[in-house]
Ligand binder design. Structure first.
Ligand SMILES: [Zn+2]
Length: 309
């Protein structure tokens, strides 16, 4: 779906609600947990559903009595939208812009949606948080017989703050298959041989020809019969003059990645969140992003059981 199409849907509350129901991220009907009455979610400008069904109850030794159920529940109960303090049309508009516009977009979002700076930051984090697990798990295995795979590690972040506080940043490890340009990137706690080896085993198919620099963690690859390993010595040149080996494709990925990650992060998760957004946008084209975002939402926040206390 294109951005203008989604914005049109958002402008019409009923259309938007139907879209969200189809995507299974909100309910169009809620079964009252108290009396099993079916509550239809229509005209949900009012977020609270009120069950007004009447039924009879017989008390011990007394005449039966007519009772009104009176159960109240938020239409967003158990959904991703549950704790939102802004209306759903605005949230969806926010999501649309988040998915289509690269950072820096803070001033635009504040102005366009009339939101405060901190509210924009919060909502960007909510969106990234939703995508995080999905995106990191979704990554493809690359390589295969005779295919060239470039591997490299990179650090995102590491800034010194004026009060002497240092944000150490985040190591990531990734690879790109030259033919298909398919990539994987994973946050890693360090770039030790152990860490990298297990990822290589999981994400690079046997038979691949692996190109790396001469970082010592890759030495294990020499003895690994699953792969052919070639290196370029980056302290001497960028292309191995004898073999033509280079890792410039993965380095281009790092440049793109860093361009999309602001330099100043204050939260622990900041860099992984940014990485998540970068990967999502690399995997999905503009016209796939909106539908995919809501499909991920329905996977992460399934509507099956309504656990109401
Ligand atoms: Zn009820």
């Amino acid at each position: 779906m294109h951005l203008y199409e989604f914005l049109n849907i958002i402008n019409d509350f009923d259309l938007l609600w139907n879209y969200l129901c189809e995507k299974k991220v909100v309910r169009n009907q809620i079964k009252c947990p108290k009396c099993d009455n079916k509550l239809n979610v229509r005209c949900t400008e009012n977020k609270i559903l009120h069950c007004t069904s009447k039924y009879y109850k017989r008390y011990k030794g007394r005449k039966r009595q007519k009772i009104t159920c009176n159960f109240k529940i938020s239409v967003f109960h158990g959904t991703w939208f549950e704790n939102a303090h802004i209306d759903i049309q605005k949230i969806c508009r926010f999501i649309a812009y988040f998915l289509m516009i690269q950072p820096p977009r803070q001033p635009f979002l504040m102005n366009e949606l009339e939101m405060s700076s901190s509210s924009v930051v919060d909502w960007i984090n909510f969106c990234r948080e939703l995508l995080q697990q999905w995106v990191l798990n979704k990554q493809k295995v690359i390589g295969g017989n005779g295919r060239i795979v470039e591997l490299d590690e990179a650090k995102i972040g590491k800034r010194k703050y004026n009060k002497g506080r240092i944000i150490e940043g985040q190591w990531v490890f990734g690879g790109i298959e030259r033919n298909t340009k398919n990539i994987f990137i994973l946050p890693v706690p360090n770039r030790s041989s152990n860490t990298l080896s297990s990822i290589i085993q999981n994400y690079v198919l046997p038979g691949s020809i692996i190109y790396t620099d001469q970082w010592r963690a890759y030495r294990d690859l020499e003895n690994n019969n699953n792969y052919t390993h070639c290196t370029v010595n980056h302290s001497v040149n960028f292309v191995n003059p004898d073999t033509g080996v280079h890792t410039q494709n993965i380095e281009r990925v790092w440049r793109d990645m860093r361009a999309n990650i602001p330099r100043y992060g204050t939260r622990e998760k900041h860099y992984i969140y940014c990485l998540t957004e970068f990967l999502f946008k690399r995997i999905y084209n503009f016209d796939e992003r909106i539908d995919t975002f809501f499909e991920i939402m329905s996977t992460m926040y399934p509507l099956d059981d309504l656990n109401v206390k």
